[in-house]
Design a protein around this ligand. Structure first.
Ligand SMILES: [Zn+2]
Length: 220
């Protein structure tokens, strides 16, 4: 994989998303490349990557579902009891997930959000490390929004698209996913409702996420 040499944005075209997901699983959960299973992504985030995962409300409108802090510093969170935004200091390697906002994403799945934040840490921490020198006073963090990609800078948009694309491929690696879909009996052109539910519970992801992955793999 190449990096843009000035910004350290990794260059990962979409056709390489599956191989980046496999690289991640080779390092942290080899077993998931050998048999269809639920990838223990929270365990990987905490114990393999050393991330401190916290569940917390991030916005009043529930439009921010996740954040990863790459440096120590303050970020804005939402106190839903008081109805106020407040600034709170967190350590680097903290991942903040808003469980209510997660439900509003099109994938609608906490595990996918955890995998998404793991991708940011796995592939994007060098980019944020450089930012630390360019803009030292702010905590370097990514803020993952339910639906406003156009508001992001080009660089953030590239990073976000990579995390969105790679996360489900970590949870449903191509070869074992196809193996499971075929053995559970996915049929091209049918509605496959009960098979999709079965695959979702096997991989511990949402049914929406399975449907998208089946389409990507050309199975429905
Ligand atoms: Zn993100």
């Amino acid at each position: 994989m190449n990096y843009n040499s000035s910004s350290l944005i990794p260059f990962i075209p979409p056709e390489e998303y599956d191989s980046v997901a496999e690289e991640f699983l080779h390092l942290y959960c080899e077993e998931a490349l050998l048999k269809p299973m639920a990838v223990p992504i929270e365990n990987i985030a905490k114990n393999e990557l050393g991330l401190d995962v916290q569940y917390i409300c991030l916005s009043e409108e529930l439009d921010i579902y996740g954040m990863t802090l790459f440096t120590d510093g303050a970020v804005e969170i939402y106190d839903s009891e008081e109805g106020l935004y407040e600034t709170k200091v967190f350590k680097k390697k903290t991942v903040l997930i808003d469980p209510e906002a997660v439900k509003k994403t099109n994938i609608g799945c906490r595990n996918n959000t955890l995998a998404h934040e793991c991708v940011h840490w796995f592939k994007h921490r060098l980019y944020y490390k450089i930012q630390q020198y360019a803009l030292p006073r702010q905590a370097k963090h990514c803020k993952c929004r339910v639906s406003d990609l156009p508001q992001m800078s080009n660089e953030e948009g590239i990073l976000e698209a990579q995390a969105v694309g790679i996360a489900p491929r970590i949870l449903m690696p191509k070869s074992t996913f196809i193996e499971a879909a075929e053995s559970i009996g996915i049929v091209h052109g049918e509605d496959n409702w009960s098979a999709i539910a079965e695959i979702a519970s096997l991989f511990y992801v949402s049914k929406q996420s399975v449907s998208i992955r089946l389409e990507e793999c050309g199975l429905i």
